[in-house]
Design a binder for this molecule. Structure first.
Ligand code: PGA
Length: 250
């Protein structure tokens, strides 16, 4: 049976001092979490600091993005091997802020996904539709297209060691969460689409929900059949709130 995974996406927030306080607070609460997987994705420069503070515990470390190449003249990018050097296990790829603000294409996101796997990292592939796409009935077409770009490059086998995060763009940072039924519908679509190619891989795939998850709404979302935890933005910046979400997944 697949487990649950809660990952905190800290985005471009914090300072050295606040990062220390946040990670120490999460660390202190980790012994109350029994079975759920928990990861944090700090801004890249703080990865070594966070790695040192979590030691070899159960808390896993992830990056918010990853270079699509393995090294060389790619200014501003960070290679998977470098993230591995500092203990990362996960790399988020295709977050909607990367796709929309920085114009990352489905193909670039797929290459980042492939780079993560080459480096032995688990990609967390974010997919999700804009509000106008949902209103026009294009949700499945958009999410399907985002998945297809990865399938084209990596095949269905690429999803054997990966996580998918369904994040409706209209729910990110807006306080407007998808209802458990709305989210479940898209999660089931994702799993069905992949199951058409490999039922075993689809069944084992962790599909997180992301978009305004809080301590107060997490349990209801995570109780849905195809929702296997969450990718948490704003609420992951508060240790108590983040731990409450982890407990809901437990
Ligand atoms: P949010 O962000 O929880 O602040 O809505 C989620 C995300 O962007 O991963």
């Amino acid at each position: 049976m697949r487990g649950k995974l809660v990952a905190g996406n800290w985005k471009m927030n914090g300072s050295l001092a606040s990062v220390r306080e946040l990670i120490d607070g999460i660390n202190r609460g980790m012994d109350t979490i029994q079975s759920a997987g928990v990861a944090v994705c700090p801004p890249a420069v703080y990865i070594p600091e966070v790695a040192a503070r979590i030691g070899g515990g159960r808390l896993a470390l992830g990056a918010q993005n990853i270079g699509d190449q393995d090294g060389g003249a790619f200014t501003g990018e960070i290679a998977g091997s470098m993230l591995r050097d500092f203990g990362c296990r996960y790399a988020v790829v295709g977050h909607s802020e990367r796709r929309s603000i920085y114009a990352e294409s489905d193909q670039l996101v797929a290459r980042r996904f492939a780079a993560a796997r080459r480096a032995g990292l688990v990609p967390i592939l974010c997919v999700g539709e804009l509000l106008e796409e949902r209103e026009q009935g294009f949700t499945e077409a958009v999410v399907g297209r985002q998945l297809d770009a990865v399938i084209e490059l990596e095949g269905i086998a690429g999803f054997a060691d990966a996580v998918v995060a369904y994040e409706p763009v209209w729910a990110i940072g807006t306080g407007r969460t998808a209802s458990p039924d709305q989210a479940q519908e898209v999660h089931a679509f994702i799993r069905r689409k992949l199951a058409d190619m490999d039922a075993g891989i689809a069944d084992r795939l962790i599909i997180q929900y992301g978009g305004s998850v809080k301590g107060a709404n997490a349990a209801e979302l995570f109780s849905m059949q195809d929702i296997d935890g969450g990718l948490i933005g704003g609420a992951s910046l508060d240790a108590g709130e983040f731990l409450a979400i982890c407990k809901a997944a437990d």
